[in-house]
Design a protein around this ligand. Sequence first.
Ligand code: PLP
Length: 406
Amino acid sequence: MIRINDNYVKLPESYLFSEIARRVATFRAANPTVDVISLGIGDVTRPLAPSVIDALHRAVDEQAAASTFRGYGPEQGYEFLRRTIIEHDFAPRGVQLSPDEVFISDGAKSDLGNFADILAADNVVALTDPVYPAYVDVNAMGGRAGRLTSEGWSGIIYLPCVAENSFIPQFPASRPDVIYLCYPNNPTGTTLDRRQLKQWVDYALENGSLILFDAAYEAFISRDEAPHSIYEIEGARRVAVEFRSFSKTAGFTGLRCGYTVVPKELKGYATAGEEVEVNKLWNRRQCTKFNGTAYIVQRAAEAIYSPQGRKEIRASVDYYLENARIIRENFLRMGMEVYGGVDAPYIWLRTPQGMGSWEFFDMMLDKYNVVVTPGVGFGPSGEGFVRLTAFGQRERIEEAMKRLVL
Ligand SMILES: *Cc1c(COP(=O)(O)O)cnc(C)c1O
């Protein structure tokens, strides 16, 4: 008899995007000639930057000659990329890291999921609500979520992020061991300023909690008050792991590359009380279960830091931010309640007249033929909101906005 991990049985089907697809397919079947525009996609649409394509071609050619061929690389990533990351993403912000604190991966989702491997199953996890669904599911798989009830998982502490608290999570009544924070945030598009993030770092220092900080949207920050890295905050090296991704920054959703920073000062504790460097554990885990990111992909990632590469990826990020501005300002002009869209490619829209997220989704599809993402799909506190993404093509977004004003 094959016994399975019971935690997987407790997981509900991932419902949000399949349900959206089902409703859109039903609508299309009934209205085959109608042009449906999606403002729901969470994927980039712009092609890779020319610098990235050039670097890929060069690296592919290296793989074709015995003298430059590369087989297995270091599990932690090539030093050329780790040093380049430190030099450009951290040093200019006053953050000193050493290459062995940076781990290259095939994307942030894998690392966010895998990191739970090195944490005890009885850690109490706190999450902002609404939230990127993977954080919840990973902890359910790891047996840290308890039972699924109508109010969410019994073992997880939800930190509501709603308009009433300006989407700033408040400290929970009881102390969590692990806290997931994602800023700029998916789905709300909001972010924390330095003072607000510092309060969470201080909280973690006082309570001995670990912050898993997802900075996948760091490149979209446009206001100076918002920190790009949690390590800009004093003391964060002792409490935080930071996850970064080239997916949204440089259109690597298909190419796959990201990295995780695990500072040496960060300590965990074994049941017997022994103090352990989390960096060592993560390194041990990666060396056992991961064999490195493709050489050609790491060369492609390196290319986004060249002067030309930086210009090119900046232009793409600015294109998406301009889309976000167009969407945001259109809804504001319509008198609607709109959040996000300034430091993030997401706009978080309050549904009018207390409509439910799905009710508003259906109305937008039927009346305007525009697809949005129901906020309740990201957690109970997302009810009454929808998420709009700015990752589409400009003309399509302008067309969608024109329909809404009519
Ligand atoms: C897109 C996204 C990521 C990045 O995932 P990759 O695996 O690097 O493509 C991470 N976190 C959040 C919140 C995201 O939306």
